[in-house]
Design a protein around this ligand. Sequence first.
Ligand code: PHE
Length: 441
Amino acid sequence: MNEKQGFKSSIGFILASAGSAIGLGAIWKFPYIAGQYGGGAFLLEFILFTILIGLPLLITEFAIGHLGKTYSTTIFSKLSHQKFTNFIGFWGNFAAFILYAFYSVIGGWIVIFFGYYLLIATKITEQNMNFFDMMIQNPLLSLTGQFLFIMITGLIVSFGVEKGIERASKIMMPLLFILFIIIVVRALTLDGAMEGVKYFLIPRFEDLSFKGTLYAMGQSFFALSLGTTGMITYAAYSQKDTDIVSSSSWIVFMNLAISILAGLAIFPAASAFNIEATAGPGLLFIVLPKLFNAMAFGLVFYIMFLLLFLFAALTSSISLLELNLSNVIKNDASKRKTYAWLLSIIVFIVGIPANLSFGLLSHVQFGAGTIFDNMDFFVTNIFMPIGVLITTLFAGYIMHKQQLLHAFRKKYGFTHIWYYLIKFILPIVIIIVFITQLYAV
Ligand code: PHE
């Protein structure tokens, strides 16, 4: 990576990687998966996985990127001088590509909702609250949304204006935070909110299941962009003086905070409006219009929310496209535009069946559910955990300890604990979660 392509300051790197992490995972996915897999019990597992596994892993991915400074399909052999290790990069790239294909479906929903509430709806009325159902039944509309979402991402990446987006995220992210706090306050003061609060915050251990554990682990990787080499790619652009430990801690903290705020907005509101917490991927899109409708200036706040939500999703889709693109163009900037568009078009085509899973193809059910559910299941619960596993094995067994420790700017007392965790504990935990799955089905 030459200096020109890299981030000028470490704040640029932190903003970009925080932008990659915080997105649909925390805001849209976490509440609906928690709703399906036991509420409080899921929350507890998710927090444990995020702190005990997600954080050490994020530090590991940052260390690899920071030391290797190149695109992720050659970085592994550059660090280890063993060619075969590059398959870790290919694995992650493939996972990210499929992830982007279904991610863009939800990104498209936000585009359509934003357009609708900004340009067409003048109030949040009962009829508008059913807009979600109308949208997913209408393939032309939902595909247009997905197409636009991919094109906006492609436009930003092809012009290489991510830096401007990162600077904007300095304002947008705190605004999103504040807006979330406002919505949470409103949700908690609704009649009948308590039931949802209890469901979300109080773990009922009888709700713990092997399947829930796999989903909680997958969710912690998804929300931190781990196992796809996304974070490795961003760290490869980082400056020498970057403190990977404090950056990782910040990102983990913000991600947890946004996830919990999203849960505290959705579950109380769902119980107050009699919506099942198990409603699935549409949960947020069904609950939030009702919640904003119960607020003064609801429409204005809702449009603001959708804009900030779209922004958060875009900073993640940018990282998904960027990580694939950097491996296709391999430092040749003249190829950037052409390949950014080409990849975008292919992603859209691969994403079409995922989109239609909510309408025309909703009857196609197998394995984990619809085509969308299966794509999500494979990426989040199989590809990402395996990606994470091979990355930790690489760091623990192929790289040398001294080599890894060069990534740390300061001497931290806990680096030995971290090393012990990634070398012994994390691989074992991931393997155990997998094995218990085999017996659970
Ligand atoms: N972490 C992102 C989100 O939660 C999704 C993502 C995963 C982005 C993997 C990049 C790589 O929305």
